[in-house]
Design a protein around this ligand. Structure first.
Ligand code: RTP
Ligand code: MG
Length: 140
């Protein structure tokens, strides 16, 4: 499969715990190239816009509060089969269900504070990457 891209965030719990470097190391060792990256902090309104697809879900308000509670890292990652392979690397949403050796199994604190985000489709990867990065802020 051709090299393609996914979008990730290192969420406030993992940033605050000082796990950014360890998570980026796992990402690179799994064969992903970091083609854009920044540290930032979301406002509640920006988090609300990013997660708009979940606005009817019961956890939406808590999620927006949590995702704007501290700094995050946003990045675009490139690899063959990037979206699916990255979802496999991060593991299940709830760390209790995440496979051994996955990023969430190792670093997540709860179903909400689950260390990382990963896009769920090629289409959403492009939308989410463009939400954070202009064409001048990414490689290629
Ligand atoms: P993500 O979008 O962050 O990669 O996570 P995901 O696809 O595995 O999970 P999704 O269903 O898209 O949910 C987005 C984020 O909302 C929080 N969440 N909380 N309290 C809850 O029951 C609950 N369920 C989901 C998590 O932070 C989840 O990653
Ligand atoms: Mg999701």
């Amino acid at each position: 499969m051709a090299a393609n891209r996914t979008f990730t965030m290192i969420k406030p719990d993992a940033f605050e715990a000082g796990n950014t470097g360890a998570i980026l190391k796992m990402i690179e060792e799994a064969g992903f190239k970091i083609v854009a990256m920044k540290a930032t902090q979301l406002t509640p309104a920006i988090a609300g816009k990013f997660y708009e697809v979940h606005k009817e879900r019961p956890f939406y308000a808590d999620l927006c509060t949590y995702m704007s509670s501290g700094p995050i890292i946003a990045a675009i990652l490139e690899k063959d089969n990037a979206v699916e392979d990255y979802r496999n690397l991060i593991g299940a949403t709830n760390p209790a269900n995440a496979a051994e050796g996955t990023i969430r199994k190792i670093f997540a604190k709860s179903i909400e504070a689950n260390a990382v985000h990963g896009s769920d489709s090629d289409e959403n990867a492009e939308i989410e990457g463009s939400f954070f990065f202009s064409q001048f802020e990414r490689i290629g």
